[in-house]
Write a protein that binds this ligand. Structure first.
Ligand SMILES: C[S@@+](CC[C@H](N)C(=O)[O-])C[C@H]1O[C@@H](n2cnc3c(N)ncnc32)[C@H](O)[C@@H]1O
Length: 325
């Protein structure tokens, strides 16, 4: 599991842009973005990242920008980005934003970098919303971080109201900035609340939530040392580590569900690839009528779906329903 973090791999390269260009001064006025790009790519050992940094620092369009003269400010900004990356900072934090399901999200050290597997979690969650009826539905994103899940649900299902909670003040500030940047697509339909999982929600939502989504921390304390240095040193520990077993946060999220979920509802949660059995058992113990897992893009079981159905008596402690795939 730890080896699966992060999804970003600095080894995939872009086709190299033509390096044939007139000789230029080594520094100062007269330098084009092309020569700065070549220099950055050599220092980083990565053409893709060098391109992203040049696009960010120049604000220009690729590849036309390469023939433009770099401004002093832009060149300085590129230099700082290259140095930050060389010091080990994740590409996403250096850029300051990252794509998630068509959203361009602000990201910084206060919040986890949104991952591709979480895009699949959203896909599964949207499927549950459609099954349950998304018009007028109330959804919650527990442990929202950058707001990636909450904003995707709101942007992709216009009839849904979303509440997003997080215990971290810093993460909620990032989510608030992303909400502000979400514009008309999400305006007025996403609310943020600070606090512990469900407890951050207003009381009047109890029993009314159609869909709960969470990507809780699921790393066990002992697994932390096995994660890439880039993750451990830069991403918030409270976004990564759940406790001694790695299941503590999921257990809290599942355990609080009965009071907040509507009689016909679902909970969708991201889990580690080795947790499906334990996660299904926890869902069953928490009184869900059905629990199964769905795979991520690489075919590993990463998404827990737990459903409540009206008319089904709660059966705490009963064995999990037969997994439906
Ligand atoms: C794995 S990150 C997920 C962030 C975001 N949802 C995503 O998918 O990119 C887990 C989030 O849960 C938050 N968190 C940790 N413990 C919490 C708690 N007890 N109550 C609420 N949020 C918590 C962390 O601050 C972090 O933002």
């Amino acid at each position: 599991m730890p080896g699966s973090w992060p999804r970003w791999r600095p080894d995939h390269k872009l086709a190299e842009v033509s390096t044939a260009a007139a000789p230029e001064p080594p520094s100062g006025p007269g330098r084009t973005w092309r020569s700065l790009y070549q220099q950055a790519a050599a220092r980083l050992g990565d053409h893709q990242v060098a391109r992203w940094f040049v696009e960010e620092a120049s604000g220009g369009r690729w590849p036309m920008v390469l023939d433009e003269e770099a401004t002093a400010g832009g060149a300085e900004r590129l230099g700082r980005m290259v140095e930050r990356r060389c010091s080990g900072e994740p590409v996403q934090y250096v850029l300051g934003h990252w794509a998630f399901r068509g959203l361009d999200l602000l990201v910084d050290r206060r919040a986890l970098i949104p991952r591709p597997e979480t895009e699949v979690v959203v896909e599964v969650a949207l499927g549950e919303l459609d099954r349950l009826g998304s018009e007028g539905a109330l959804a919650v994103d527990l442990g929202t971080g950058s707001g990636a899940i909450a904003l995707s649900l709101a942007a992709e299902r216009p009839g849904v109201q979303v509440w997003a909670t997080d215990r971290s003040e810093g993460a909620l500030a990032v989510a608030a900035a992303n909400l502000a940047g979400g514009g008309a697509r999400v305006a007025g339909r996403v609310s943020l609340a600070r606090g512990d999982w469900w407890e951050a929600l207003p009381e009047d939502l109890a029993g009314r939530v159609t869909l709960a989504v969470a990507n809780p921390p699921y790393i066990a304390e002992a697994e932390l040392a096995g994660l890439p240095e880039e993750v451990v040193a830069w991403e918030p520990r409270e976004a990564l580590v759940a406790g001694p077993t790695g299941l503590e946060a999921l257990e809290q999220v599942l355990g609080g569900a009965a009071r907040w979920l509507a009689p016909r509802s679902a909970l969708v949660a991201e889990i580690a690839p080795h947790q499906p059995g334990a996660a299904q058992a926890l869902a069953c113990r928490a009184g869900f009528d059905e629990a199964f897992v769905r795979p991520d893009l690489t075919g590993r079981d990463r998404v827990l779906v737990a459903r409540r159905s009206p008319g089904q008596p709660e059966r705490p402690g009963a064995p999990p329903a037969v997994p439906a795939r």
